[in-house]
Write a protein that binds this ligand. Structure first.
Ligand code: AMP
Length: 221
């Protein structure tokens, strides 16, 4: 009797193991990781909020994480503050470590929307490396395209309500745009080479832009 139970138990255990494995594999296949890209003011944050709900993804905004840490006066906040106030990029090493730990906080995620990351080729490379340790990858870069003068106006308007120091000053805004063209725009070509690049018109109503992004995501899925 005990033996029969043991055998049944063992078979059950094996069956559970198989189902568990299947679920794990299915999860990996279902996982979708998106890089939402664009210059400051392109609408990444607004769109990421909408897409995370629609596709049940975790939204990680590196800018938001830095601001949270600055507000709470953490060590990371202290390291990032001067760079952010001056419109410069926080050093890669600091940013990459922070991004990894944010991803690791969400082990059961169905996927991520990376907003504001990667901003350099080194960050893009390290993201690939890191995701590969989790049997995952970036599926697509969705780049919101908006003219510079529209960006400046949007950021100045946002600065009036957000209280963000880096949005309130036109000189800092133009510095951030210059940094974008000097250091970040090149990241597009990294994903172009991998056939993962999608250019999305970022001018229109919020709903129209979500529709354009969704169309691109639905093709990838
Ligand atoms: P954002 O909210 O995306 O506009 O980011 C605000 C600021 O945070 C940027 O101007 C940078 O100083 C810093 N920052 C955000 N993401 C990154 C990143 N991936 N690499 C370096 N600095 C970043």
């Amino acid at each position: 009797m005990i033996e029969i139970h043991y055998i049944c138990g063992f078979k059950l255990f094996q069956a559970c193991k198989k189902t568990h494995l299947k679920e794990k594999i299915t999860n990996i296949n279902l996982m979708i990781n998106l890089v939402l890209f664009g210059a400051p003011g392109a609408g990444k944050g607004t769109q990421a909020e909408r897409l995370q709900e629609k596709y049940n993804l975790i939204h990680i905004s590196t800018g938001d994480v830095f601001r949270y840490n600055i507000k709470n006066k953490t060590e990371l906040g202290k390291q990032a503050k001067t760079y952010i106030d001056e419109g410069r990029l926080v050093p890669d090493e600091v940013t990459i470590n922070m991004l990894r730990s944010e991803v690791n906080k969400n082990e059961n995620a169905k996927g991520f929307i990376f907003d504001g990351f990667p901003r350099t080729t080194a960050q893009a490379e390290s993201l690939d490396e890191f995701l590969s340790t989790k049997n995952a990858k970036v599926d697509a870069m969705l780049a919101l395209e908006v003219d510079d003068e529209v960006l400046v106006k949007r950021l100045l308007d946002r600065g009036k309500i957000s209280g963000r120091k880096d949005d309130a000053n036109e000189e800092i805004i133009r510095k951030r745009l210059a940094v974008y063209y000097e250091e970040t725009d090149i990241v597009k070509s990294y994903y172009q080479k991998e056939n993962k690049f999608h250019s999305i018109d970022g001018v229109g109503s919020i709903e129209e832009i979500t529709d354009r992004l969704s169309e691109a995501i639905d093709q990838i899925k």
